[in-house]
Design a binder for this molecule. Structure first.
Ligand SMILES: Nc1nc2c(ncn2[C@@H]2O[C@H](COP(=O)(O)OP(=O)(O)OP(=O)(O)O)[C@@H](O)[C@H]2O)c(=O)[nH]1
Length: 339
């Protein structure tokens, strides 16, 4: 019998470090051919510009799937398995708002997939700086699931990431809290998702029995789970060069004032006077800028249309206001000139 291809599901809340982990896996010299399947939440895809491109043959960034996930995901996996060159491993990165259960279920409901692939583990990346706030989120509607809790509960392994941002005593308290939700998953502390890949890939940690003990309707395809609908996204896609000091001031003020509600923001930016691709990454109030010149994201490809692409994910987002304040940062915009 041909060995089944191991699949790792990388989950974790918005901004916890999933892409950082995937990039790390792709850059490592492990000699494996790895297929990556990504799922983005929101109208404007930004991650394709943020995932590293490996110059080796090991990585094929295959496809994106859109929620609702399962049908799409099954189709993508079938397509993957038809390829001539087999993959040694498949990584599925979920959106930060995904419940990992339907993704995991995919591997048990489709007969052909059951024979060809096996779910190796659900790896949950946790943001040490924000996890308690997400686990204790009081704004989730009555009866809806808290995805942050689900992601921890379903984990076979937890990467407690961003340890650089919190004090050691806090780490101990967070670890105790995570163990309270999931006593069996091993917790590995990381910064920038730096982990020995042997602790993440090929670990054979997923146990259907354990999941069924906790969630008896796991294999019931019709089982309905209610998800919070109060979190939405606003995407902005526009041509034009931006004035960097204005963008900095705009995003800095926006996240300072509304960062409690804006869980995640990120974008690819074209800046006035620069040929590099610039990116920003926001997680609540924390904001970082980088550029392809610094090795962040990919540079503009020859002939690539230079588009600014931004996405904001959170609650109470004001689409018009976000669009208007973005436009005010365009270098040649009338409103920018009027300031
Ligand atoms: N200080 C600090 N920042 C980190 C760490 N890990 C990741 N980051 C930063 O956190 C931001 C979000 O990281 P990503 O890897 O994009 O997070 P993600 O989970 O893929 O985000 P979404 O897919 O949007 O949900 C980026 O700016 C990272 O550079 C860490 O350990 N410490």
């Amino acid at each position: 019998m041909v060995a089944r291809v191991p699949v790792s599901v990388i989950t974790g809340f918005l901004g916890s470090g999933k892409t950082t982990l995937v990039n790390r896996i792709l850059k490592e010299q492990h000699g494996m051919r790895i297929a990556v399947i990504e799922n983005e939440f929101g109208e404007v895809g930004v991650d394709d510009g943020l995932v590293v491109q490996s110059n080796e043959e090991i990585f094929e960034r295959v496809a994106k799937y859109a929620p609702p996930v399962r049908g799409d995901l099954i189709r993508i996996l079938h397509k993957l398995l038809k390829r001539k060159h087999a993959f040694d491993a498949i990584l599925i990165e979920t959106t930060g708002l995904a419940d990992p259960a339907p993704v995991a279920q995919t591997f048990f409901v489709d007969d052909e997939l059951k024979e060809r692939v096996r779910l190796d583990a659900i790896v949950t990346v946790v943001d040490a700086a924000h996890v308690l706030q997400h686990l204790d989120d009081s704004q989730i509607e009555e009866g809806a699931e808290n995805e942050a809790v689900e992601q921890v509960a379903f984990a076979d392994r937890i990467l407690l990431n961003k340890c650089d941002l919190v004090e050691p005593e806090q780490l101990a308290a967070i670890t105790a809290r995570l163990k309270g939700i999931n006593a069996s998953a091993e917790i590995i502390r990381t910064t920038h998702a730096a982990v020995d890949l042997r602790h993440v890939l090929g670990i054979r940690a997923f146990s259907l029995d354990r999941v069924l003990a906790e969630e008896p309707d796991f294999l019931d395809e019709g089982a309905e789970h209610s998800h919070s609908s109060s979190v939405t996204s606003v995407g902005i896609e526009a041509e034009g060069e931006l004035c960097f000091p204005k963008v900095q001031a705009w995003l800095g003020n926006l996240l300072r004032e509304k960062g409690a509600d804006i869980f995640r923001s990120k974008g690819i930016l074209c800046l006035e006077g620069s040929n590099d691709k610039h990116v920003f990454q926001g997680v609540h109030m924390l904001l970082d800028f980088g550029s392809s010149a610094q090795g962040v994201g990919r540079p503009w490809a020859e002939g690539e249309r230079r588009l600014n692409r931004l996405v904001f994910i959170g609650r109470n987002l004001d689409r018009e206001e976000l669009n208007a304040s973005f436009r005010a940062c365009l270098a040649a915009s009338p409103s920018a000139a009027a300031e």
